[in-house]
Design a protein around this ligand. Structure first.
Ligand code: AHG
Ligand code: MN
Ligand code: MN
Length: 341
C-alpha cells in the first residue's frame, strides 16, 4: 500500500537526500504551512467571517490595505514568531522588519512574505495567495539584533521559497533548490499532501500574461514583444498567442508553472524612477527561484532577478518570467534597445 507523502514527510526525505532542510528549516516551513492553512480557512469563510473589505489604512507603499492583508500578516506572525528559528521577519504590510519578541527564543533565519497577494481579487472571490522566502542571517551577524540590512541579500541566497494559492484548491508550491514540488491541502486531514513533483515549465509557449491597459506606457522592447504576439500567425512569430491576466501574481505564476507561459509586469513610464510595480524581496525573488527551478527564466530585462542585490526592503523591480525561450527573446529585445530602459 502506498502512503500519501505529507509536507513533513517530504521535508524529512529531502533532507536525507540533499541535506538542504535541516531540522530548524523543516520546523519553520511547517509553521509557514500552518499559517497558510489558517489563512485558507479565513479566505474560505469570507463574508461569513467578516474578513472582506477595506481595512481603512495604507501600507508603506501607499496602497490601500484590505482587512485580509492585515489578518494574513498577523496570522503569519502568530504562527512563526515563537518557534525559535527566526531572527526577524519582514512583510509587504510592515514598514520595518518585525523583531522576534524577547520572550521567545531566536534562531538565525529570516522570513520574508507577501501575506496576501492579489488583494484586488479578495472581494470578488478570485484566486489569491501568500508568497514566502527564507534566508539565513549573514555570517557573523547576531540573531538578537537583526536589522533591515540583514535582509538585503540576492535571491540566489534563498534557502527555501514558495507560495500558497487559495483557489479552487489550496495548493502550496515549494522549492529548496532541488526542483519544485506541489502540495494540496487535505482539509479533513489538516495536512498538505504532495500531489506533483519536479514541475517543468515547457521551454516554448503561446500564452502571455501582462496588464494590457498599460500598453501605451511600456518601453520599446516590451511593446515590440507584445505587438509581435498580437500579430499572431500573420506576424513575425508565425503563430497565434493567447492572453491571460488574473491580477494575482500567485495565480498567474501557478498557471505558468503548470502549463507554461510568460508573465510580465515591466517598468513603465508613468513613474520613470520606479523600476516596476512588484516587490523584489517577497514577490519577484521567490517566484524567480521557483521558475528557475522548474527550468524557466526570470529577469528584469537586463539581469536575472536572482542576481539583483537589494538596496531596500520594499524595493520594486521589473518582472519578466516563465518559459525560457520567450524570456530569452524579451531579454534579447532589451539588449538590442538603445534607449535607457
Ligand atoms: P498585492 O496584492 O500583494 O499588492 O500584489 C498585487 C500584484 C500582483 O499580484 C499582480 O500581478 C499585480 O499586482 C496586479 O496589478 P494590476 O492591478 O496593475 O494588474
Ligand atoms: Mn503581491
Ligand atoms: Mn500583498
Amino acid at each position: 500500500m502506498t502512503h500519501a507523502v505529507t509536507l513533513a514527510h517530504y521535508l524529512a526525505r529531502i533532507e536525507r537526500q540533499h541535506g538542504c532542510a535541516p531540522l530548524p528549516l523543516q520546523q519553520l516551513l511547517m509553521q509557514v504551512a500552518g499559517a497558510c492553512q489558517a489563512i485558507a480557512a479565513q479566505v474560505d469563510a469570507g463574508a461569513l467571517a467578516g474578513v472582506l473589505g477595506a481595512a481603512g489604512s495604507e501600507n508603506v507603499q501607499g496602497e490601500e490595505q484590505k482587512k485580509l492583508d492585515l489578518i494574513a500578516n498577523e496570522t503569519f506572525i502568530a504562527h512563526c514568531h515563537w518557534g525559535g528559528q527566526l531572527a526577524a521577519m519582514a512583510s509587504e504590510e510592515m514598514e520595518t522588519p518585525y523583531p522576534i519578541p524577547a520572550q521567545y527564543p531566536r534562531g538565525d533565519h529570516l522570513l520574508l512574505f507577501d501575506p496576501l497577494d492579489g488583494s484586488s481579487n479578495i472581494d470578488v472571490n478570485v484566486s489569491i495567495g501568500t508568497i514566502f522566502s527564507l534566508l539565513k542571517m549573514p555570517d557573523g551577524r547576531s540573531s538578537v539584533s537583526a536589522t533591515e540590512e540583514d535582509f538585503l541579500q540576492p535571491g540566489r541566497r534563498q534557502l527555501a521559497a514558495g507560495y500558497c494559492i487559495y483557489g479552487p484548491q489550496t495548493t502550496l508550491v515549494l522549492t529548496l533548490g532541488h526542483g519544485v514540488s506541489v502540495f494540496t491541502l487535505d482539509r479533513p486531514q489538516g495536512a498538505f499532501i504532495l500531489t506533483r513533483d519536479q514541475l517543468r515549465i515547457p521551454r516554448q509557449t503561446a500564452e502571455f500574461a501582462i496588464n494590457m491597459s498599460n500598453a501605451r506606457h511600456w518601453a520599446a522592447p516590451v511593446r515590440r514583444y507584445i505587438d509581435e504576439c498580437l500579430a499572431g500567425s500573420q506576424g513575425p512569430r508565425g503563430k497565434d498567442f493567447n492572453m491571460r491576466w488574473i491580477a494575482s501574481m500567485v495565480a498567474d505564476v501557478h498557471r505558468i508553472l503548470c502549463r507554461g507561459g510568460i508573465f510580465m509586469y515591466p517598468w513603465d513610464q508613468r513613474e520613470p524612477e520606479r523600476p516596476g510595480k512588484l516587490r523584489l524581496m517577497y514577490e519577484a525573488s521567490p517566484m524567480a527561484w521557483l521558475v528557475e527551478q522548474a527550468g524557466g527564466a526570470a529577469t528584469n530585462g537586463n539581469q536575472p532577478i536572482l542576481d539583483i542585490v537589494p538596496a531596500q526592503l520594499h524595493e520594486r523591480v521589473s518582472v519578466i518570467l516563465g518559459s525560457r525561450d520567450e524570456v530569452t527573446r524579451v531579454t534579447g529585445y532589451h539588449a538590442q534597445d538603445a534607449s535607457p530602459r
